[in-house]
Design a protein around this ligand. Structure first.
Ligand code: HPA
Length: 274
């Protein structure tokens, strides 16, 4: 269990490193978008290993550092590299940086991820604004003693993904002529991809896309009053939706192909969050 003091110590170290910068939006970038951290202007990078109580990221293509500066003219804090449950981190550890961000004054977050399309009306390459999520695996990041400095014991989950931010993202996408979907992100713990039966279950329960991240960060953000915009990229049709096997390489290749459009949408949304 982390204490409120732990969060304060992490925030202090970051504050001591970023000078006058006052990040307003937290960006958590999934597969294929990590490079945006390199485009931050007037940037200071803080390695996770330098920050007390932070855990290093173990995913091979994730850098494991915070980049604070400006993107599209908006003061941001970018998490270049996030933690996943399948790497062995606890939900509380995965959500930790979000709460630290809150202590630094951040009130909005954009979180992106790669996902498998469960909805048969979706195609590979589609972007989906997350309207809600389902998590029946992995415990809540809020499990254990509640820290009332962040939020209430029993927190409302009616609008984890902020409707106004979603509307704004939809307008931005339409203005760019970019078709976007909206749907429910169904969390799987991974690291293995799902079985076709699991995907049929998820569809029956109301899932549109399957993924292995995001829900812990979004839950903690919701608890401490950070408004979240979530965007998923469909890198593949989920298991059993079409014939053929799934692979990490396929996911990465699809993420790379969609990078331009995905980036354009994230930057357009960011500009609106000034
Ligand atoms: N399932 C879970 N996570 C994913 C997938 C998938 O099919 N594709 C990309 N991330």
């Amino acid at each position: 269990m982390f204490t409120f003091q732990n969060y304060r110590e992490s925030a202090e170290l970051i504050r001591s490193r970023i000078g006058e910068r006052k990040p307003r939006v937290l960006l958590i970038l999934g597969s294929g978008l990590g490079f945006l951290g390199d485009e931050v202007e007037n940037a200071v990078a803080v390695d996770y290993r330098e920050i007390p109580h932070f855990r290093p990221s173990t995913a091979p293509d994730h850098k494991g550092r915070l980049v604070v500066g400006e993107l599209s003219g908006v003061p941001v804090m970018v998490m270049q590299g996030r933690m996943h449950y399948y790497e062995g981190y606890s939900p509380e550890e995965i959500a930790y940086p979000v709460r630290v961000a809150r202590l630094l004054g951040i009130e909005r977050m954009i979180v992106t991820n790669a996902a498998g399309a469960i909805n048969t009306g979706f195609s590979v390459g589609d972007l989906m604004l997350i309207s809600d999520h389902i998590r029946i695996m992995g415990e809540s990041p809020l499990r254990g003693e509640n820290l009332p400095e962040f939020g209430p014991r029993f927190c409302d989950m009616t609008a984890v993904y902020d409707p106004a931010l979603r509307r704004m993202a939809l307008e931005q996408a339409q203005a760019m002529g970019l078709p976007v979907r909206q749907g429910v992100y169904f969390y799987f713990a991974g690291p293995q991809f799902e079985t076709p039966a699991e995907i049929r279950m998820a569809r029956t329960l109301g899932g549109d896309a399957a993924g292995m991240s995001t829900v812990y960060e979004a839950t903690a953000a919701n608890h401490c009053g950070i408004r979240t915009l979530g965007i998923s990229l469909m890198t593949n049709m989920a298991a059993g939706v079409t014939e053929g096997r799934l692979s990490g390489e396929e996911v990465n290749a699809a993420a790379a192909r969609a990078q331009k459009q995905f980036t354009a949408l994230v930057l357009a949304c960011l500009r609106e969050m000034k």
